[in-house]
Design a protein around this ligand. Structure first.
Ligand SMILES: *Cc1c(COP(=O)(O)O)cnc(C)c1O
Length: 389
């Protein structure tokens, strides 16, 4: 069988099944072999100086690494992808690679909180200046660009507040000023947004979420082109970062079913979001694929689909009753992650860390991740919970 995964006519869902597989190389087995190891042996002194089989040392790459890296290159339309032990380390590596003392960085106010923490502590400590901007700023980002601005960091939608950013408008202003743009693309995955095709320079994933897809491992990826990609790979090497081979294999396995899993997450999350919108206990639902979302038109323009994570805001209610409701849910658990097979409902309040934009909702915000359970069971669980309000 010779399916060319680079066949441009194939849909991304088809590519996911075939990328990185070479049946001859794996002696007929469907999946590529797992290479684990530190030491790589060279048969002769000549081979040692010439680079042997093309591998050097465990930390510097292996056929297993390359299989996932090249798959992501294809999905993200990138020259190179590096793998890191977590999504956060993917973000911090990219920022460290592209910034130096005296530089200025623009970060969306909707950014994942640990990214903000890294900017406010490590980067500030290195003498790198950070400004947080309104995620809905669009082309007006121009007004915040300084002589020393080197990076604009985007996250769209924000993974709690779900603003959609005008990515092409921001990237156009960035390009004019020679600024590199980085996006945290975890929510959409490369199936539903390919940032490098609409002007972004670097696309980052917490593969911990949908790539792994089963809440049983952690991994991060950074995909980019040209000189930027070289700087990022160099930084990852210099920091000594490498993802565990078992986790790389789990991510690769996750990609095989990503297409069907996301189709389910998409459909189920939209159904639950619409249902919540109709419940009298809720003030509003923040889901970009719903026509009620303020950025719905931007979403439709740039994204090919939506995934399983969105937010719903309760009407003001007695906090003790909200607590009783959440404690009593049987199927929706509370946890600081998402992207697995399980449903989650997480109370959050971004007021303590947002600095540029306000969060004016009076009621409790709940972030939902819709998993693979039966929809009627999920609704019944929430119906029982809402009665406690
Ligand atoms: C979880 C998450 C991260 C961090 O990923 P880890 O693998 O947990 O380090 C980064 N960005 C977003 C949007 C996330 O949800």
């Amino acid at each position: 069988m010779s399916t060319d995964p680079n066949n441009k006519n194939h849909d991304a869902k088809t590519k996911l099944v075939h990328l990185g597989r070479d049946t001859e190389d794996s002696k007929g087995f469907v999946n590529p072999p797992l290479y684990k190891g530190s030491t790589v042996l060279f048969p002769t002194v000549k081979s040692l100086s010439e680079g042997g089989y093309g591998y050097w040392y465990g930390r510097k790459g292996s056929p297993t690494y390359e299989t996932l890296e090249s798959s992501l290159n294809e999905l993200e339309h990138a020259d190179d992808t590096i793998l890191t032990p977590s999504g956060l380390s993917a973000i911090t590596t990219a920022l460290l690679a592209l910034l130096k003392t005296g530089d200025h960085l623009l970060v969306t106010d909707s950014v994942y909180q640990p990214t903000r923490n890294f900017c406010n502590t490590t980067l500030k400590g290195l003498g790198i200046d950070v400004t947080y901007y309104d995620p809905r700023i669009g082309a007006d980002i121009e007004n915040l660009i300084q002589k020393n601005t080197k990076i604009i960091f985007l996250e769209s939608p924000g993974s709690q507040s779900f603003e959609i950013q005008d990515i092409p408008a921001i990237c156009e202003k960035a390009k004019k000023a020679n600024i590199t743009t980085i996006i945290d693309n975890t929510w959409a995955t490369p199936l539903y947004l390919q940032p490098l095709t609409i002007g972004v320079d670097v696309s980052i994933h917490s593969g911990t979420k949908y790539f792994i897809g089963h809440a049983d491992a952690m991994i991060g990826t950074v995909s980019s082109n040209g000189e930027t990609a070289e700087k990022i790979r160099q930084m990852a090497y210099s920091l000594g970062l490498c993802a565990g081979p078992d986790d790389v294999q789990l991510a690769l396995r996750g990609l095989r079913s990503l297409g069907v899993r996301l189709e389910h997450h998409q459909k189920a999350a939209i159904e639950l979001a619409n249902w919540l919108e109709a419940q009298p206990e809720f003030e509003c639902v923040l889901h970009p694929a719903l026509p009620s979302h303020p950025d719905h038109e931007l979403f439709k323009r740039d994204f090919k689909g939506s995934t399983g994570l969105f937010t719903a805001i309760l009407k003001p209610a007695d906090p003790a009753k909200v607590e009783t409701m959440l404690n009593g849910l049987e199927l929706f658990a509370m946890g600081w992650s998402w992207g697995g097979f399980e449903s989650l409902a997480l109370p959050f309040d971004p007021r303590s860390y947002r600095t540029t934009t306000s969060w004016d909702y009076k009621g409790q915000a709940l972030r939902f991740h819709v998993g693979n359970e039966n929809m009627d069971d999920l609704k019944a669980d929430l119906t029982a919970g809402l009665k406690k309000l």
